[in-house]
Ligand binder design. Structure first.
Ligand code: PLP
Length: 454
């Protein structure tokens, strides 16, 4: 298509780079989602709201590393915090408890009152993985239920029915558990229960039937960061899980700090048993946090006898009573310094981000209306998606599949060629560094693209 050709014409160095990269990494990428046709743009430099590619093209960044960068690129407050931590404390890593773990912990406790205690991990993936172990240990049950279309990381227990082919996915009220990667142990497809999002009646049926097996329901309160749970659904699900002795886990890796500082749970006023955080709270560095009810977290409190190197029999039995959690880099000081600096800036500037998001959404909607294309901006807080659809409501994965992905893709390639960056079909994440100027430039690019598409 013409849009595609424009993309290729503007990015010859990315094309050349892709050929080299493919000799080193499968597909030329080190995370499968980073690949797209015909080759991904290769960035060289970032600054504030902007990214610059190998060919010197400038882009307004709305991907923001899949939502991780809420202060944009290279924010001075983060640079300063990192430098201060390293210079004053003289190390990147203590390998002991340290002040920033407690400082960040207190911050999290105050912003997320449901997170009575916390533990750090190195990624969102590890946080959800640990949440599952904690739920199993706490309930004595060993199955997890997740929603169709929800992503919680790339491991076997949850990489199921995230992006299923609808012809294979079973009925809407009882979705099948489908494996989405080679190498996933089929055991997990049988043992992870898939639920339909925003359908309380169907969820209640499944959970009631399988309450003796299911330890926890894990969910993205906002699917993919942009399709919100219906409020009645959310409160109904909280009530139901409580009634059935099933834990409720909010995976707020994407929504944490992005809907408001207190995440989806503060907006919905629903208290999950466990919460996972990541992305924004690392300020651009790898991090995960799991927190929740004290009783659940305290399962991982070590006893003097849980030393892994002490294998005498009497000690071993008590080690088994403790939930094992470890990690060389957990609670990394430099990263927590970056995260705390991020939160400090957001405390002052989040309202700006939310307001600019609304301006951009409104501008985009108006332009589509002008060109007579039915669409919706779907999302809450500082993330949204542009969904080209005739549907009135987008409330789950299957609704989204009815949208016009082909047209959206065309649009995205035009936008890329005119300096608006998000991966084709991806959602938009906003940052403190987006302002009136960026909105104006983005809408100009949209106008140019839409006029070519019509
Ligand atoms: N959970 C959600 C909701 C996510 O969006 C992601 C990442 O996109 C993850 C978990 C996994 O986090 P990470 O990529 O840090 O392992």
């Amino acid at each position: 298509s013409e849009a595609y050709q424009e993309y290729v014409r503007k990015t010859p160095k990315s094309k050349q780079f892709a050929e080299e990269a493919r000799k080193v990494m499968p597909g030329g990428v080190t995370a499968n989602i980073k690949a797209f046709d015909p080759y991904p743009i290769v960035m060289q430099r970032g600054n504030g709201a902007y990214l610059y590619d190998l060919d010197g093209n400038e882009y307004i960044d709305y991907l923001l590393s899949y939502g991780a960068l809420m202060l944009g690129h290279g924010h001075p407050a983060i640079k300063q915090a990192i430098q201060t931590q390293m210079e004053q404390e003289g190390t990147f890593l203590f390998g002991t408890p340290h002040r920033l773990e407690v400082e960040m912990g207190r911050k999290i406790q105050s912003l997320y009152p449901s997170m009575e205690m916390i533990r750090y991990t190195n990624s969102g993936t590890e946080a959800t993985l640990l949440a599952i172990r904690m739920a199993y240990a706490y309930t004595g049950k060993h199955k997890i239920a997740k929603f169709e279309g929800h992503y919680h990381g790339g491991y076997d227990q949850v990489l199921l029915s995230v992006n299923p082919t609808l012809s294979e996915a079973g009925p809407a009220h009882a979705p099948k558990s489908l494996i989405e990667s080679k190498g996933v142990d089929p055991y997990h497809a049988e043992h992870t229960v898939i639920l339909p999002f925003n359908n309380l009646e169907a969820v209640a049926d499944i959970l009631r039937q399988r309450k003796d097996e299911i330890a926890a329901v894990m969910m993205e309160p906002i699917q993919g960061g942009f399709i919100p749970a219906d409020r009645a659904f959310m409160t109904g699900l909280r009530k139901l899980t409580e009634e059935l002795g099933i834990l409720l886990i909010f995976d707020e890796v994407k929504t944490g700090f992005r809907l408001g500082l207190g995440g989806a749970q503060s907006i919905f006023q629903v208290k999950p048993d466990l919460t996972t955080l990541g992305k924004v709270v690392g300020g651009g560095f790898p991090v995960g946090i799991i927190g929740g009810k004290k009783d659940i977290l305290m399962q991982s409190a070590p006893t003097s006898s849980s030393d892994v190197f002490d294998s005498s029999q009497s000690h071993k039995s008590s080690a088994k009573d403790v939930l094992f959690h470890s990690g060389t880099y957990n609670g990394h000081p430099t990263i927590l310094a970056a995260g705390l600096a991020t939160i400090e800036v957001l405390e002052k500037e989040i309202d700006h981000v939310l307001a600019v998001t609304e301006q951009l959404k409104e501008g985009i909607r108006k332009l589509f209306a002008k060109y007579g294309i039915a669409m919706q901006t779907v999302g809450m807080g500082s993330i949204f998606n542009v969904v080209i659809t005739e549907e009135e409501e987008i409330s789950n994965y299957r609704d989204l599949q009815k949208s016009n992905f082909a047209l959206r893709k065309e649009l995205d390639y035009y936008l890329l060629a005119s300096g608006i960056y998000t991966k084709p079909l991806n959602r938009y994440s906003m940052a403190t560094v987006h302002g009136a100027k960026e909105v104006e430039r983005t809408l100009e690019a949209y106008e140019g693209a839409l006029s070519k598409l019509i």
